[in-house]
Design a protein around this ligand. Sequence first.
Ligand code: AHR
Length: 503
Amino acid sequence: SDRTARFALHPAFSVGEVNPRLFGSFVEHLGRCVYTGVFEPGHPAADEAGLRTDVLGLVRELGVTTLRYPGGNFVSNYRWEDGTGPREERPRRLDLAWRSTETNRFGLGEFMDFAGKAGAEPMLAVNLGTRGVAEALELQEYANHPGGTELSDRRVAHGAKDPYGIRLWCLGNEMDGPWQTGHKTAEEYGRLAAETARAMRQLDPDVELVACGSSNQAMPTFAAWEATVLAECYDLVDHISLHAYYEETGGDRDSFLASAVDMESFIENVVATCDHIGARLKSPKRISLSFDEWNVWYLSRYEAEAQRNPGTWEEAPRLLEDHYSVTDAVVSGSLLIALLRHADRVTVACLAQLVNVIAPILTEPGGPAWRQTTFFPFAQASRYGRGRVLTVTPTGPSHGTARHGEVPLLHATAVLDETTGAVTVFAVNRDLHRPLPLEVTLHGLAVERVAEHSVLADADPEARNTLADPERVAPHPAEGTSLAGGVLRAELEPLSWNVIRLT
Ligand code: AHR
């Protein structure tokens, strides 16, 4: 039978422009993301500020555009002032979220230095767990006001003469989650988000604000939470957040490979809720989606471990250090495809997290930094996924999955670079065992040749990049891909992530 997956591309049929902020990541004070991850004074590769230049080089190669900071669950019990001023005077504090000791040797100034050197825009979260409007305003004034007030002059005295100009702010983190310090009901949070947003806009009407949506689509309060929160703050915020993590459970790889089905339905459901509230309020404004935490995370392993050992208030313990396989990278690529397919409404997204903690980059204290398998799809998507997302509606084979029902074997999107005319097809073959023939018919696109077909797949789908073998997995060129008579033909390896560039 014909097992070919097919779709057509035409520039008149498109989803929308990709916002570069789709390729953001996340630095939380958690485990070794900050300490011995991005920051390690005394490391042979550390610069004068203690930032690891080997990590900075990889972050730039990864193509991260935006960096969310400082949490995450961490932010809900964080006092931002603790991380400012002379290092030797900074207090040691208990971090309730991860049962660690926070030394505060790294704080806002160090983060801004790191983000600047990485070429990424900062996205700052305020604490709406144990704190409120006043502290959010104080942080905003310290960070963004030019000078002449106690707080802004304090920043200048701390060495930052120019204001940081931080535009993008998160109004707390996962406030729907009972695990969160200062967890709130939707009504309580909606009011607090609205009050905080109003005050922050009084200081600067141009800030962009992200209200907390649900921690994931399976939360019992999902959708009602978004509706209640937005009813309070629709006109005061710009974005609503979404978070989602996926893992393979019970050996059910087919469902795991179809994780993007959940991500896409999550996005579509949140869009529906936003637009429903907007219509009810008769508002012409559209809320955009900030998918500011997404990844593969072996969360159930972490929870089992946390139950056995709830934490010992260590400094920078090894936490959430998932080592990703080729299979995890293919799923990660599929999640990137899901985000691109909704680029009209998802205008911010953050791969959680950046270094060591469920991250594309791993480091050893005093040792090297290297790329995990999941590094590659992100780097390629960030590099070639800029421009206009074209509508992709494939036909072709599908199979049944336990968690997501019948699912197509091909998951794909395509992006047109309007300045060069180049088209990049991103495609995942979810079939574990068989190659998938692909045919793409091109209309009205000025491309002539296949510049590259890069594939991430491996005879061993469990293969990983380790300290001992840090370059075991990398994308390789695919063979036999052709473009003739306006038709692109390729064969996608079993369980693979593909980037096909047409110029
Ligand atoms: O990224 C790890 C954690 O996942 C974050 O701290 C929290 O926001 C989410 O639950």
